[in-house]
Design a protein. Structure first.
Length: 298
């Protein structure tokens, strides 16, 4: 059976009632396997991981967007994570019996439906991008909602699908196709935000750091102001999660700071895991369900 993974990120990580309503709506709309839901109050963001046949995953992604647009007013949103919409990103990932072309088609299919039925403008990124520089999600989300609101009518920031005008409550959505991405947060025993930002910058690929790594330094007010290095690993074959952890730990230790703990946001592919990784990485709330295993996958 051909399987796609879809990992929508929506801009609510604090209101449990809204999160549960969105999850219930997704499950009622389509036959998908909901594998994980990670909600974070400081990022004010939830990440849902689901798999299924292409048609079902597209239906579920649309349902999530429809409900989130109803419940979330992006104009009132606050959080340390960059965002442009009530549903910020919807990536599709080929998992079993599918190709990147299938994932890209799913991205375009749900995008057309979101625009036609909900009137939320769409930016396509990753392998689904229409415009080369938009393959990088950071370029799509540059400046966040505030800057996009000011620039959306300029030719450079026109949506790929839809009119150059933000939805009044839901903003815009970035929809894409990509390979596996590991979202990984490392919490430091420090309130020094400058240090977290310095470490994040030093490990970013675009600043000469680790290949395939994007990172930010952010404060965690819910944890008394300790700081976090939040990381996306876009190519775990090139740079492993252990490589990232070792680099952050080493750079923090050089400044007299220890790693408190780390966490995975969503799932990791089976070939990215390693024995005793929970203890090595100081992972909190880790179990085997955080590893994406697809029976019979070549």
């Amino acid at each position: 059976m051909p399987i796609l993974e879809c990992v929508p990120n929506f801009s609510e990580g604090r209101d449990k009632s809204k999160i549960e309503q969105i999850l219930h709506y997704v499950r009622a709309a389509a036959e998908v396997d909901v594998l994980d839901l990670h909600s974070d109050p400081d990022h004010n963001r939830s990440v849902l991981t689901m798999t299924g046949e292409s048609e079902h995953v597209v239906n579920a992604a649309f349902a999530l967007t429809e409900k989130a647009a109803e419940l979330i007013n992006i104009n009132k949103h606050t959080g340390v994570h960059p965002f442009i919409g009530a549903v910020d990103v919807i990536p599709f990932i080929p998992v079993k019996g599918t190709t990147m072309a299938h994932a890209s088609k799913a991205a375009v299919d749900v995008s057309m439906r979101i625009w036609n039925e909900l009137k939320i403008p769409i930016y396509l990124y990753g392998e689904a991008s229409f415009i080369p520089h938009r393959s990088n999600l950071a370029n799509v989300r540059r400046g966040g909602l505030k800057v996009l609101r000011e620039e959306i009518e300029t030719e450079e920031r026109h949506p790929d699908i839809g009119d150059p005008k933000l939805h009044p409550r839901a903003g815009a959505v970035a929809v894409g196709a990509r390979n596996f991405l590991i979202a990984f947060n490392v919490n430091l025993d420090s309130k020094d935000l400058a240090l977290a930002k310095e470490i994040a910058k030093s490990i970013r690929e675009k600043h000469g750091g680790l290949a395939g790594v994007k990172a930010l330094g952010v404060p965690l007010e819910s944890r008394g102001g300790i700081v976090q290095v939040t990381v996306n690993i876009t190519d775990h074959q090139e740079t492993s999660i252990k490589d990232v952890f070792n680099s952050i730990r080493s750079k923090a230790k050089a400044r007299g700071v220890q790693v408190l703990e780390s966490e995975l946001v969503g799932l990791i592919p089976e070939d990215a895991a390693f024995p005793h990784m929970d203890k090595y990485l100081k992972l909190k709330e880790f179990d085997e369900s955080k590893i994406l295993t697809i029976p019979g996958n070549p």
